[in-house]
Design a protein around this ligand. Structure first.
Ligand code: HEM
Length: 507
């Protein structure tokens, strides 16, 4: 037989004589265990599926670069924000509720995870396409996902579970309003904005801290799909967002976003009428204007989906000098969750996978663990302090100290008289024109199909608390008694939850 120019080998490089015919005892006899290549092939295949991300399972990625175009050194010492600096970036976009095989064009928020390979380590900005989030306490996070994912009994997605959970936590209202608006189904990833959502911190060379929120605005503009358009897209193409991103980059039509920051001083934060670290609330642009800082461009597709997109691992815990966290308790929870998920999903050495690996030198005392593939630092001391003079900590990158106040306790923001869960959603509604207000009502009605009336009343009450017209239109669309909605709106959040969860009440 003529020798093939591209010889097939086994997993350790030995030539494979036959990849199609099993070794059998006689032409019609059983397979023998000596066909070790067959055993290896089957065994590897059985282990090829890794756990999908618990949420944000369906996603697409691309490489690019971030260019800092403005001088913001008065706020941050981060190298990535030195004027003129170009930094390599990898971005993974995702939907949240759907599994790995779900359709892209669903009504859902979109994840936007950005990895900046800076010269002082990787900075991950793991955000979404909306400026706020549904909830604000980590305790509610796993429950949110259980409510929006599949019902444990039927295995079906359940609008009832989804709306029951959302409406029992009034802080969800702002994000519900956004999700039910036209922006609830972006046309694709290129035509949407991205937000860090949380309050983070910047500190400069003098170690002076400010609070910061990150925004990335699409230079392609915003484009969204109606429920009907999305249904048509999904019928033909479940990968519409991924295909759009891939094809645009292949054609050289590179998508771009301008990055902006909002800055709040520590003094301003102390005087804020509401909690500036509450992720369910925005900072108004008129009080905290957007400051342009640079541009992100995506210009290269991954070569292998599993290696680069599925194995990508982002965590808000990865910050670099000049960028820090904030007292946002939701952010604090995330600082633990991601690394923990990735140690389970990819293994303890997941930061050695090329897409996750820093582009600068990494000198750490971590050793060993499954799939250690980098030489494990040879004979370099594995302990610190040591007398060999290697790898000492760098106190000059220490964050400034942060004053904290108050007793340790389980605080419920709803007990705080300055907390209003409906004000910002109401303001957003009033900012919109007739067409976009009507869309929220129409989309909510469609999305609540099959949901029981007690939950519909709960939501209509929230709409009314946000805005008279929003409440009235919602009651009409959901075919509710508006007088009853008005009566219920006199109750506190807790009383409303109680009465609308009371099985003896008739709705
Ligand atoms: C306490 C709240 C939260 C917890 C505990 C949490 C936890 C997680 C976990 C465990 C993953 C899967 C990570 C992996 O397997 O690699 C994930 C993915 C993700 N989360 Fe969160 N999350 C929270 C809130 C948020 C918020 C507020 C945002 C947006 C601002 C967000 C954006 C994302 C994105 C974009 C991904 C996908 C990352 C990727 O593409 O690999 N999450 N989250």
């Amino acid at each position: 037989m003529e020798q093939n120019k591209h010889p097939l080998t086994n997993e350790v490089g030995a030539p494979v004589p036959d990849n199609e015919n099993s070794i059998t005892a006689g032409p019609r006899g059983p397979v023998v265990i000596q066909d070790v290549w067959l055993l290896e092939k089957m065994a590897h295949f059985n282990r090829e599926v890794i756990p999908e991300r618990r949420m944000h399972a369906k996603g697409w990625g691309a490489y690019g670069e971030f260019i800092c175009t403005k001088d913001i050194s008065k706020y941050t010492r981060a190298k990535v924000f030195e004027k003129g600096k170009k930094t390599d970036v990898f971005v993974r976009f995702s939907t949240v509720a759907g599994e790995r095989g779900a359709a892209d064009a669903e009504r859902d928020i979109r994840g936007c995870a950005l990895k900046f390979y800076t010269e002082e380590g990787n900075w991950d900005l793991v955000g979404n396409n909306t400026p706020v989030f549904f909830i604000r306490d980590v305790h509610n996070f796993s429950d949110l996902n259980r409510a929006v994912k599949r019902d444990p009994g039927t295995g079906l997605r359940s609008a009832q579970n989804n709306w029951d959970f959302w409406t029992l936590l009034p802080e969800c209202f702002h994000q519900i309003t956004i999700t039910m608006s036209d922006r609830g189904i972006p046309k694709d990833f290129r035509h949407m904005d991205m937000f860090g959502e949380h309050t983070f911190s910047f500190y400069n060379k003098e170690n002076k801290r400010v609070w910061v929120k990150f925004h990335l605005k699409s230079e392609q503009g915003i484009a969204c799909l109606s429920d009907q358009e999305a249904a048509q897209v999904i019928a033909k193409d479940r990968e519409s967002h991924g295909r759009d991103l891939h094809d645009a980059i292949e054609k050289g039509n590179y998508p771009k976003w301008k990055m902006y920051v909002q800055i709040m001083t520590e003094e301003q934060a102390k005087k804020m009428p509401y909690n500036p670290f509450d992720i369910t609330k925005v900072w108004y642009h008129k009080d905290f204007p957007l400051i342009e800082v640079g541009e992100l461009v995506l210009n290269r597709n991954p070569q292998n989906y599993f290696a680069e997109v599925e194995q990508a691992a982002f965590t808000p815990a990865h910050v670099v000098p000049g960028i820090g966290f904030s007292p946002d308790k939701f952010l604090q929870g995330r600082l633990f969750a991601y690394g923990d998920a990735q140690r389970y999903r990819l293994g303890v050495n997941y930061n050695q996978i090329p897409v996750n690996k820093a582009h600068c030198e990494v000198n750490e005392y971590h050793r060993d663990g499954f799939m250690r593939v980098d030489g494990n630092y040879g004979g370099t001391p594995a302990y610190t302090p040591n007398s060999a003079g290697v790898w000492a900590a760098q106190p000059d990158v220490m964050e400034p100290p942060l004053d904290l106040q108050g007793a340790m306790y389980r605080y419920d923001p709803k007990d705080d008289p300055t907390d209003n869960c409906f004000e910002q959603g109401g303001k957003l509604y009033r900012l919109l024109d007739r067409k976009h207000r009507d869309l929220i009502i129409e989309n909510t009605k469609n999305n609540m199909e099959g949901v029981s009336s007690n939950i519909k009343y709960r939501h209509a009450v929230h709409c009314l608390k946000a805005d008279e017209e929003y409440g009235k239109k919602m009651a009409e669309a959901l075919k509710l008694d508006f007088l009853k909605v008005q009566e219920l709106a006199k109750l506190s959040n807790n009383e409303l939850n109680k009465i609308t969860s009371d099985p003896t009440q008739v709705w």
